[in-house]
Ligand binder design. Structure first.
Ligand code: ATP
Ligand code: MG
Length: 423
């Protein structure tokens, strides 16, 4: 998928997410305001009943049809005609709130017309938090009435919110939307990376096969010339070229096949007992011409030690071959490769050290990924599929060994294979 198209998809996704968030906030707000109105209404009805009860108790009438006034978000005043006894008032308040299912903290104050002050009554706590006592502030006076009391609900917001599951539903929907968006974005980016990797692989493959195939083509053309049978030397030379190029192609195909097979979880290595030093020496011997071709050197000192390890000889040789191949490939000067073995009581380490271009620390993990190649721009122009180290990693794992890398850019590389030894 093109880069800008992915950006567009992510942008749309982000916009929809913002839309959902706005909608959620709006919805929660709306629900809250409906519930808050319901609360206010219940309080007003309860307080009206309190006013009626107080009036009945005092043998008087309520001063008007609507003696309850809401002065602020959580503060109500109730007009009465007569002196108010705090004990009686608190009794009626508690009874009425309880009838109306208003299990909410409240505090009240009674207006004293002699001192012209609000006289604090009490804080009645219904909720778990008994410490949330008010200091009696926040009881503004209401000059229009003469005998009145005020009731305040400090825990109104919490009470209204706890009355509904709206928060849970809303938070759940939101979290799901965000999770889905994050997942979709990661998946999109992963897919794009995969398609780029695939494109790179096809490009690499085309490059890798182009040269041997065209060489075979040219040689075949020469061989089909009429008078070639009269030039046996030339005939032999071109037949040899075809054979060499054919072998090259076979090797490349084999490498791709091996790599794809090495990924299978069912891939088992046939463990036989092999002579470690002898096997490495054989690989080194076969590989030597390739190093010397580039004017380099490969060292594996013979210490006269012979160690037996359980391993699959074919895959073990391939692991070494791949590492050595890289050591030569990614070296811009005469390659110098040192192979050494470190023995200790619990393990043997095989160290393969080169003097190549080195690997920046940030690529140390990535180079073991399938198809991954460090894109070095114009720095070096080496061909490859990016499969070698992936195969190495899979095979090392199949043997229950470990591989690590010590390297820095322009400072050579050292791959270390650790083979645990049974005590
Ligand atoms: N010894 C090394 N020195 C410097 N860079 C290395 C070395 N070994 C591997 N690399 C880097 O790691 C990348 C991955 O290596 P790997 O062997 O998996 O693939 P490749 O060599 O590009 O292709 P293939 O081995 O499949 O032909 C290489 O492209 C190279 O950039
Ligand atoms: Mg390689």
């Amino acid at each position: 998928m093109k880069k800008y198209r992915i950006r567009r998809v992510i942008l749309f996704g982000a916009l929809s997410l913002v839309g959902i968030i706005i909608f959620q906030v709006y919805w929660v707000n709306k629900t809250f305001s409906v519930l808050e109105q319901q609360f206010n209404q219940s309080v007003k009805v309860a307080l009206l009943n309190v006013a009626r009860n107080m009036a009945a108790f005092n043998d008087s009438e309520i001063p008007n049809q609507n003696p309850v006034k809401q002065l602020s978000y959580n503060y109500f005043v109730v007009d009465l005609n007569d002196f108010i006894d705090p004990k009686i008032l608190q009794h009626f308040l508690t009874t009425e709130f309880s009838h109306s299912n208003l299990e909410v903290d409240y505090e009240y104050a009674i207006y004293d017309c002699a001192s012209e002050e609000m006289v604090y009554g009490d804080y009645i706590s219904k909720m778990a938090d008994q410490n949330a006592k008010s200091k009696g502030n926040g009881f503004p006076k209401f000059d229009e009435y003469l005998y009145y009391f005020g009731v305040r609900f400090p825990g109104k917001t919490v009470f209204v919110l706890s009355d509904t599951k709206v928060w849970y539903v809303s938070a759940f929907v939101l979290v799901m939307a965000i999770l889905f968006f994050a997942y979709a974005t990661i998946e999109l980016i992963r897919q794009r990376r995969l398609s780029e990797i695939q494109k790179d692989f096809i490009n690499n493959m085309t490059h890798e096969f182009k040269t041997p195939i065209s060489t075979i083509g040219i040689s075949a053309k020469v061989l089909s010339e009429n008078d070639i049978s009269h030039q046996p030397k030339r005939l032999k030379k071109y037949a040899e070229i075809i054979a060499i190029q054919n072998q090259l192609i076979e090797e490349k195909i084999e490498r791709i096949l091996q790599s794809s097979l090495s990924e299978r979880p069912s891939q088992r290595v046939a463990t036989e007992i092999i002579q470690l030093e002898k096997t490495i020496a054989e690989v080194v011997k076969n590989f030597k011409p390739k190093v010397e071709e580039k004017g380099g050197q490969i060292n594996f000192p013979d210490l006269g030690i012979s160690t037996e390890i359980p391993a699959d000889k074919f895959h073990f040789s391939n692991i070494l071959y791949n590492l050595l191949d890289n050591a030569v490939k990614y070296c811009e000067i005469k390659p110098l490769i040192d192979i050494s073995l470190v023995y200790d009581a619990h393990s043997i380490e095989i160290k393969i050290k080169d003097n190549g271009i080195g690997i920046d620390h940030k690529f140390h993990k990535k180079i073991f990924h399938k198809f991954y190649r460090i894109s070095t721009g114009d720095v070096h122009n080496v061909k490859g599929f990016g499969l070698g180290l992936n195969y190495v990693k899979n095979m090392v794992k199949a043997h229950a060994w470990k591989i690590s890398l010590r390297s820095a850019k322009e400072n050579g590389s050292e791959f270390i294979i650790k083979i645990p030894q049974k005590a």
